[in-house]
Design a protein around this ligand. Structure first.
Ligand SMILES: Cc1ncc(COP(=O)(O)O)c(C=O)c1O
Length: 373
């Protein structure tokens, strides 16, 4: 190990989670969303494992991300989830990346790129208000795609804004609007085989959203999309663990302060371990203020002082801690477990931001989880 901090990536858990999603999705195809380097887990390894477990395709945000998967040898269908700058479209075509399109300009870009019957998914904005053709414009864009020799309409999709809050009636409003578009296009003779609205929460909590395909991201990584669907996410297994080794140990005295700003002062003699991982690795500086804890020797121990760029400190009380001891920042040690959702709750964010934030400086080690090695 080149450094004493790494992320363990449990590819068995990816396969298991895709199995859970496939069961939830019924007849619908499961496509695994591996944008942002697989939500920080490593897109290529996760993508391969997901396909291995029966995912029908992969979704990315950027053409670069799709090209990296192709360069890694993935031949399965890959969908780029939003319309892309013109300059990137020719690369998408060359690498057979299906494109999401929602305007005539999106079709024109494919034509300029010399595409022939390139697979296109038409995105409808039913309420997320991020990207997509409005319900009023969708028929015209669909016709434009259908008329173009550059494009072949293979999918029709939308994105749900509040699927992780199953009681929110606005999901039904979005799905009603989407159903209306699906039937209007069918009436006009346009029936793309892949109809999709569901993200992970949609897959787990909204049977109506499943249609013929779902796009699942966070659940592939073993994380519940949100507290409102925790009861449906119990079978998922977290994929990422974040582990380091103690690099320095010292005793401190009452009245000693620690770390930048000396914001924490000890009120008793105690043993402090230094751990060589910091905010440049994706452990947020403010995790200290949020009461962040790590696991050492199977026990929860508090981070003391602000997290610095490359190192953080932990109050180990009178435990016999030594240099080289394993520190679990995310994952399981003994009977204790720290999750990305716990960090997110402490920091006022969502687990997505936590795993995406684990920086490239941390080596990803595809491996069995700590409690199984
Ligand atoms: C268009 C689109 N579909 C699907 C997903 C997957 O969402 P989730 O990770 O909640 O399953 C995302 C993620 O942000 C997305 O942007």
């Amino acid at each position: 190990m080149s450094r004493w901090a790494w992320a363990g990536i449990d590819l068995d858990a990816v396969r298991h989670n895709v199995g859970v999603l496939r069961r939830a999705a019924g007849d619908a195809q499961v496509w695994a969303v591996v944008k942002a380097n697989g939500y920080g887990h490593g897109a290529l390894d996760v993508g391969r494992a997901a396909l291995d477990a029966g995912a029908a395709g992969l979704c990315v945000a950027l053409v670069d991300e799709g090209v990296a998967l192709r360069d890694g040898g993935i031949t399965a269908p890959i969908l780029v989830l939003s319309q892309q700058p013109d300059d990137d479209v020719a690369r998408a075509v060359r690498h057979q990346l299906a494109m999401t399109v929602y305007s005539g300009a999106g079709v024109a870009a494919l034509e300029r790129a010399g595409a022939r019957e390139h697979p296109v998914h038409l995105k409808v904005d039913t309420g997320m208000r991020r990207v997509g053709a409005t319900a009023g414009a969708v028929a015209e864009v669909a016709r434009r795609i259908d008329d173009s020799p550059a494009a072949r309409l293979v999918g029709l999709c939308t994105h749900l804004a509040v699927a992780d809050e199953p009681d929110d009636p606005r999901t039904a409003t979005q799905l009603d609007a989407f159903d209306a578009v699906v039937s209007d296009l069918a009436a006009a003779g346009l029936r793309p085989p892949l109809i999709h609205a569901a993200n992970s929460a949609g897959t787990l909590a909204h049977p109506r959203a499943r249609h013929t395909m779902v796009r699942a991201g966070i659940a592939v990584y073993g994380i519940s999309p949100g507290p409102g669907v925790d009861h449906l996410a119990g079978e998922l297994r977290p994929v990422m663990s974040l582990v380091a080794r103690v690099s320095w140990v010292k005793r401190v005295e009452p009245g000693d302060g620690i770390s930048y700003g000396l914001r924490h002062t000890f009120d008793r003699p105690t043993t402090v371990a230094t751990v060589p991982i910091g905010y440049a690795d994706g452990v947020p500086r403010r995790l200290f203020h949020g009461g962040g804890q790590v696991l050492i020797g199977g026990r929860r121990r508090p981070i003391v002082g602000v997290v610095t760029m490359d190192q953080l400190m932990v109050d180990c009380a009178d435990d016999p801690v030594t240099i080289g001891d394993e520190v679990v920042l995310l994952g399981r040690q003994g009977t204790e477990r720290v999750t990305a959702t716990e960090w997110a709750d402490r920091l006022g964010t969502i687990a997505y931001e936590i795993t995406c934030g684990i920086s490239p400086r941390i080596p990803r080690i595809p491996r069995l989880p700590l409690d199984r090695v």
